[in-house]
Design a protein. Structure first.
Length: 301
């Protein structure tokens, strides 16, 4: 059974919301420029995924330049925190790398999912480790503490230093689900922020962790797995399997101000410019879709 294009469905739903709330912004499938903000603005607080944070922050800056009355604050904290806080009604938007259905003790039916991009994740190592490709099984063995020296996978005679993401991190959940396919990993230092992980891996001899493509810079080495390179093209066909949707969840239908901002991020202009510029993949580029329970379906083009 083929899966209809996710962005189209989301656009239709969002467009309907905007019509009902009287917002004059265009839908993601037809907008090519900044949407006009509603005359009456409400403050927007978006909290959660640090992998999605750069996109929402930059989009907010651009949006507020065109709409000076808009008040948008963007914070990190992890996908778990974003989902919990939006479900509790304490924030306007919960940014997440995982589906709400994947978080335990959360009533996902109370939340509305607005998918704004695809984020891909790759294992990264300190450049002096001397490796560029390992097998998936070797990656599993490293994170389970069975392989402890880079010489055992073709690198330097150097101890491996594990750096993990904190519990509740959407990046960690995606990496464990689609990268190593287990959450049984060796206890190691844990970090909340993608930026902190990058700094630690780039400066710590022997370090390994994982980052969203959008957070990877020249100071670390991306690892290929089983000789499959972590590239956007490979993500779009699910050849590189460690990826997820970037979600902006609201509790129920968003109000006019929030809907206009989300619609702006989903607009053609932002999807064609800011999204790829910051290292994300537009959903429209995907040839496959993934359901909340991990099933892959073909996209009707």
């Amino acid at each position: 059974m083929k899966h209809s294009k996710l962005l189209v469905g989301l656009t239709v739903a969002l467009t309907a919301t905007l019509v009902l709330t009287g917002c004059g912004s265009k839908s993601a499938s037809s907008s090519s420029s900044s949407s006009a903000a509603p005359a009456k603005q409400s403050k927007i607080l978006a909290v959660g995924s640090t992998a999605l944070q750069p996109l929402v922050e930059q989009a907010a800056k651009q949006y507020q330049t065109d709409n000076p009355k808009a008040e948008i604050t963007v914070q990190g904290g992890g996908s778990g925190a974003g989902l919990s806080q939006v479900a509790a009604g304490s924030v306007t938007i919960g940014n997440s790398d995982i589906f709400a259905q994947e978080k335990k003790d959360l009533k996902a039916s109370d939340l509305v999912d607005h998918q704004v991009a695809v984020v891909a994740i790759a294992p990264v190592v300190n450049k002096d480790a001397g490796v560029k490709n390992i097998t998936t099984q070797q990656l599993v063995d490293i994170f389970q503490g069975k392989i402890t020296n880079w010489k055992d996978v073709g690198g330097k005679d150097q101890q491996i230093v594990l750096i993990n993401r904190a519990q509740g991190s959407g990046t960690r959940a995606t990496f464990e689900q689609f990268g190593i396919k287990t959450d049984k990993v060796k206890t190691s230092q844990e970090q909340d922020s993608s930026g902190t992980v990058y700094q630690m891996v780039s400066s710590t001899p022997g370090a390994i962790s994982y980052l969203a493509f959008s957070a990877i810079k020249d100071g670390v080495q991306k690892l290929a797995l089983d000789k499959v390179q972590p590239t956007d093209k490979n993500v779009t066909t699910n050849t590189w399997k460690i990826w997820a949707y970037e979600h902006m969840y609201t509790k129920g239908k968003p109000n006019a101000s929030t809907a206009a901002f989300i619609n702006y991020i989903q607009s053609k202009n932002v999807q064609k410019t800011l999204v790829p510029k910051l290292g994300y993949i537009p959903i429209t580029k995907m040839t496959v879709a993934r359901t909340y329970d991990g099933k892959i379906e073909e996209v009707n083009k």
